[in-house]
Design a protein around this ligand. Structure first.
Ligand code: GRF
Length: 195
């Protein structure tokens, strides 16, 4: 059975969908939820599933990313995950941390990578002439939002879409895509998922 740690920063809606998917004959189970914000709503949601959930506040560490990541690592080494899922995790991880988990760490990004790496993806898609948008699950490498793509889901951009409309439409697809990719990845299957 693969052990999965999930890193969040906020509501944890993706985390909830991942946790809810890991049942029955699914080859993985959640073992830890970590957040860089001790007040993240997702932590209590994880606890309601009986999953150990820890907030490691990144702010006291200031610019010392390595020290913050050492604190994360202490919890991770205790939980011994086989896979780490970044799910709405809003901190950039150093190359050293990524190297320790490379090949075993996934992220979901709200755009059709390689388009719109980084932030404000919905506003940038709206400002473009794009007629579609979406989300991507990829393996995490040292380059931001740049690792091998494991799955994508597409949504239409509609004429009167606001950023909120588009974000909500994409989030629905994130909640379908991430569990689908995790299940395959847990079975060592890297076949591309296209939804
Ligand atoms: C969402 O906007 C999603 O696009 C991105 O992170 C944000 C928060 O997701 N992945 P969650 O509800 O905390 O999973």
């Amino acid at each position: 059975m693969k052990r999965v740690a999930i890193l969040i920063s906020g509501s944890g809606s993706n985390m909830v969908k991942l946790v809810e998917s890991m049942t029955g004959d699914h080859p993985a189970r959640p073992v830890l939820v970590l957040s860089n914000d001790p007040d993240a709503a997702g932590l209590d949601k994880a606890r309601s599933f009986g999953i150990p959930a820890v907030g490691v506040d990144h702010r006291p560490f200031g610019k010392d990313r390595a020290a913050f990541e050492k604190a994360l690592q202490d919890h991770l080494l205790e939980a011994k995950p086989d896979i780490i899922c970044l799910a709405g995790f809003m901190r950039i991880l150093t190359a050293d941390f990524v190297r320790q988990w490379q090949g075993r760490m996934l992220n979901i990004h709200p755009s059709l990578l390689p388009k719109y790496r980084g932030l404000n993806t919905h506003a940038r898609a709206l400002a473009s002439a794009d007629t579609e948008h979406g989300c991507t699950v990829h393996e995490v490498t040292a380059e931001l939002d740049d690792g091998p793509i494991l799955g994508q889901a597409r949504v239409p951009i509609l004429p009167n879409d606001t950023e909120q409309d588009l974000a909500a439409r994409v989030l629905v697809q994130e909640h379908r895509l991430y569990p689908t990719v995790l299940r395959r990845f847990s079975a060592q299957d890297r076949t591309l998922v296209l939804l």
